[in-house]
Write a protein that binds this ligand. Structure first.
Ligand code: MEV
Length: 433
C-alpha cells in the first residue's frame, strides 16, 4: 500500500471531510468505511465472547504529527476521554520540531512460567533442567510451525528460585519464546503446558501453574524525543522556564509512587487507546507497564525527562522504555473489522513497529500532560472538551455542539441542564445555535 498526502489540520475539518482525507491517505475501501461506521456485526460480536446481547461503541480518533524514525504516521486511537487525541497530537508536533521520535524495540521474547513444587533440592533440579534444555525446547517447538518458520519459537530456559513463599520453596522455570508478530499468549501457553510433564519427569517435582507472564521485560519498546525549549514558550512564560517546570513535574513522579501512578496513567492513556484501536489486549499492557514501573522495588515513572544542551541550543529530552507485548496477527487484530482498518491506517506494521508507535504515543501523551500540568493546569483544556460532551449528552446536534460548549465554558457553568436550556432556547427563538 502506498501512503501519501499525510492529512494535516484534521481537527479543522468536518467529520466527513476527515473521513475523505483518511480514505485517500490510507486507500480505504467501502468495506473499511463501513467498518469504521458500524464496527462489529452482531454475529461477529457473538463469536467473540459469551452471552452477547449487544455491541458497545467508542470513538475512534486520529493522533497526528507523528514523525517516527523519519516516517510520518497517523495514529488511530480509541478512547472515551476528551482531550487525549488533541493533546497527543500537539505533543507529537512539539517532538517533530526536535526531529521526531527515535524508536527501537527488543526481539519479541515472551516469558512462559512453570511452577515446580515438592523439590528437595532447587539447585540440583536447576542443573537437571539446564542439562535438558535442548530437549525441552524441542518439545515446546512441536506447535505453531508458522512462528518457527518466521524465525520465532522457544529460544531458552531460565530457572528462578523462590525459596521462601507462603507455600514453601518453589522453582520457577521460564521458557523464553519469540512470538514474532503474534502477541503470543496462545503459543506461549501451549508451549509451557507441553513442557510441564517433561519438567516433572526430569526433576521428580510437581507442576502447578503453566502460564505466560505479563511482565514482558524481554519484549520492550523505547521511544525518545527532543523538544527545542523555545517551542515550549507560552504567553508571558519563556520556554526555558516551562522546560524546567516539566522536568520538576517528572522528578515528582520519579520520587513519589502516588504521583507516579497518575503520571503513568497518562502514558497509558496513549498506549491503551492505540491498543484498543488495533485490537490488542490493553489489560496485558497495563499489567506489564505497572509491574515494570515497580521492578526496582519502588513504583516510579516509566519515563525520564531532562533538559540538555546540544550545539544548537537547549532541548527537553524524553525517553520511554517499557514492556509492550502487542501483536499484529491473530486475535481481535484480525477478527475485529475496525481494528483491521486501524492497522491499514498505520500501514500494516509488524508487531515491533506497532509497539514502537505505541511507545511514541505514550511519550507524547506524557509530555502533553506534564506541559499542561506544569503551566495552565489540566482543567482548562479538559473543561473545554468536557463541555462538548455535556452538550452532546444534552441532545445538541452536530452543528450546535461547539456553540453550546463555548457558552457553557464562558458562563463557567458546564452542566447538562444549562445545555438543555440553551438547546430549548435556541429552538424557541428559532435561532440557530
Ligand atoms: C488524565 O487522564 C491523565 C493525567 O492525570 C496524567 C498526569 O497527571 O500526568 C493528566
Amino acid at each position: 500500500m502506498t501512503q501519501s498526502n499525510i492529512p494535516v489540520g484534521l481537527y479543522k475539518l468536518s467529520q466527513s471531510e476527515r473521513l475523505d482525507a483518511i480514505t485517500g491517505y490510507a486507500n480505504l475501501n467501502q468495506n473499511d468505511i463501513q467498518a469504521l461506521n458500524r464496527g462489529l456485526t452482531m454475529e461477529q460480536a457473538d463469536s467473540m465472547i459469551e452471552n452477547v446481547i449487544g455491541r458497545y461503541t467508542l470513538p475512534l480518533g486520529l493522533g497526528t504529527n507523528f514523525l517516527i524514525n523519519g516516517q510520518e504516521f497517523v495514529v488511530p486511537m480509541v478512547v472515551e476521554e476528551p482531550s487525549i487525541v488533541a493533546a497527543v497530537s500537539y505533543a507529537a508536533k512539539l517532538i517533530s520540531a526536535g526531529g521526531g521520535f527515535k524508536t527501537s524495540s527488543s526481539e519479541p521474547l515472551m516469558i512462559g512460567q512453570v511452577q515446580l513444587l515438592d523439590l528437595t533440592d532447587l539447585v540440583e533440579a536447576t542443573a537437571k533442567i539446564n542439562a535438558a534444555e535442548a530437549e525441552l525446547l524441542a518439545v515446546a517447538n512441536q506447535f505453531h510451525p508458522t512462528i518457527q518458520k518466521l524465525g520465532g519459537g522457544a529460544k531458552g530456559i531460565e530457572c528462578r528460585f523462590l525459596p521462601d513463599t507462603p507455600a514453601g520453596p518453589m522453582l520457577i522455570v521460564h521458557l523464553l519464546y519469540d512470538c514474532r508478530d503474534a502477541m503470543g499468549a496462545n503459543a506461549v501457553n501451549t508451549a509451557v503446558e507441553a513442557i510441564a510433564p517433561l519438567l516433572e519427569q526430569i526433576t521428580s517435582g510437581r507442576v502447578n501453574l503453566r502460564i505466560l507472564s505479563n511482565l514482558t521485560d524481554r519484549r520492550t519498546a523505547r521511544a525518545e524525543g527532543l523538544v527545542p525549549v523555545d517551542q515550549l514558550a507560552r504567553p508571558g512564560v519563556n520556554g526555558e522556564h516551562v522546560a524546567q517546570a516539566i522536568f520538576e513535574a517528572w522528578a515528582f513522579a520519579a520520587a513519589d509512587p502516588y504521583r507516579a501512578a497518575t503520571h503513568n496513567k497518562g502514558i497509558m492513556n496513549g498506549i491503551d487507546a492505540v491498543a484498543l484501536a488495533t485490537g490488542n489486549d490493553w489489560r496485558a499492557l497495563e499489567a506489564g507497564a505497572h509491574a515494570y514501573a515497580a521492578r526496582n522495588g519502588c513504583y516510579t515513572s516509566l519515563t525520564d525527562w531532562s533538559v540538555i544542551t546540544l550545539d544548537d541550543g537547549n532541548y527537553l529530552k524524553g525517553v520511554l522504555d517499557m514492556p509492550l507485548s502487542v501483536g499484529t496477527v491473530g486475535g481481535a487484530t484480525k477478527a475485529h473489522p475496525t481494528a483491521r482498518v486501524s492497522m491499514k491506517i498505520l500501514g500494516n506494521p509488524h508487531a515491533r513497529t506497532l509497539a514502537e508507535i505505541m511507545a511514541a504515543a505514550g511519550l507524547a501523551q506524557n509530555l502533553a500532560a506534564l506541559r499542561a500540568l506544569a503551566t495552565e493546569g489540566i482543567q482548562t483544556g479538559h473543561m473545554r472538551l468536557h463541555a462538548r460532551q455535556v452538550a452532546l449528552a444534552a441532545g445538541a446536534s452536530a452543528d450546535q455542539v461547539q456553540r453550546i460548549a463555548d457558552i457553557l465554558v464562558s458562563e463557567n457553568n458546564i452542566r447538562e441542564e444549562r445545555a438543555k436550556a440553551l438547546i430549548e432556547q435556541g429552538f424557541q427563538n428559532k435561532t440557530k445555535l
